[in-house]
Write a new protein. Structure first.
Length: 255
């Protein structure tokens, strides 16, 4: 019996992360409202919540919902900025911590790492650590969308690592949407499907394809008076057109 208990204990120890301690402390992502396709990035704040200790470093994987992406630099680095309870140098007011972020498009995941060398405690047990800048695509589904925080790691100044449980938080996708349209002057023709009803701007015509001949060489078009949501259109502009249309996302194409 003692041998069985010993084997069980050794098995459990073998699968436990070395040096990691589970905790009810956590990282929390705030809600933010993103309007589909408007090209304006807004930030959600990432905060630590603890009732018992100050931390000095953290890292986390942030999994974004479909249609939401981070604001990226020209080199593909997501914009994540320092804030809140990260300590500053008393003379030049610069943050003591280094903060780095990377983005995996395949997983739609932001990895954030924050640390100081030499180590320095956050100024409070709870508060904002950084701002994460996000955008929503034209076809992002309106309503609440879930962001998942995984592989959270909170580290104290004595290098004790604590691992909060995975968690999810909602952000809001608004209904006010924008879509960019472009018809080159050389080609004069293009296609589009918009997630909202829109009035045709001057110089741009839209057609629906109602039928075609048996050889699929001739297509019969009907000119539209305006653009209806989630309807495919063939666009024509004699001199070319570039512009942005706006409307209220109706969301009927989402399931």
């Amino acid at each position: 019996m003692k041998k069985s208990i010993y084997i069980l204990m050794m098995t459990l120890l073998a699968v436990m992360p070395v040096g990691a301690v589970s905790t009810t402390d956590k990282l929390v992502l705030s809600d933010v409202t993103l309007n589909p396709g408007d090209g304006t990035a807004k930030y959600a704040t990432l905060s630590v919540v603890s009732a018992v200790r100050k931390y000095a470093a953290f890292n986390v994987d942030i999994y974004l919902p479909e249609g939401v992406e981070p604001l990226l630099s020209s080199t593909g680095v997501p914009r994540v900025t320092k804030a809140g309870i990260l300590p500053k140098d008393e003379f030049d007011e610069e943050y003591l911590h280094t903060l780095s972020a990377t983005y995996s498009k395949e997983d739609n995941k932001i990895n954030v790492i924050c640390y100081a060398s030499p180590t320095a405690d956050f100024t409070s047990m709870q508060g904002v650590l950084c701002r994460v800048y996000l955008t929503a695509s034209t076809y992002a589904k309106p309503g609440k969308a879930s962001v998942e925080l995984k592989k959270q790691n909170l580290t104290t100044a004595d290098e004790t690592k604590y691992e909060p449980a995975d968690a999810s938080y909602d952000i809001t996708i608004g209904t006010s949407a924008k879509a960019d349209l472009s018809v080159s002057a050389a080609n004069k023709w293009s296609t589009a499907i918009l997630p909202f009803d829109a009035t045709l701007p001057e110089g741009l015509q839209a057609y629906t394809c109602d039928s075609k001949d048996d050889d699929e060489k001739v297509f019969y078009l009907t000119e539209a008076a305006q653009i209806s949501a989630y309807t495919p259109y063939i666009l024509y502009s004699e001199d070319g057109y570039t512009g942005t249309l706006t409307g209220e996302e109706i969301g009927r194409a989402h399931v």
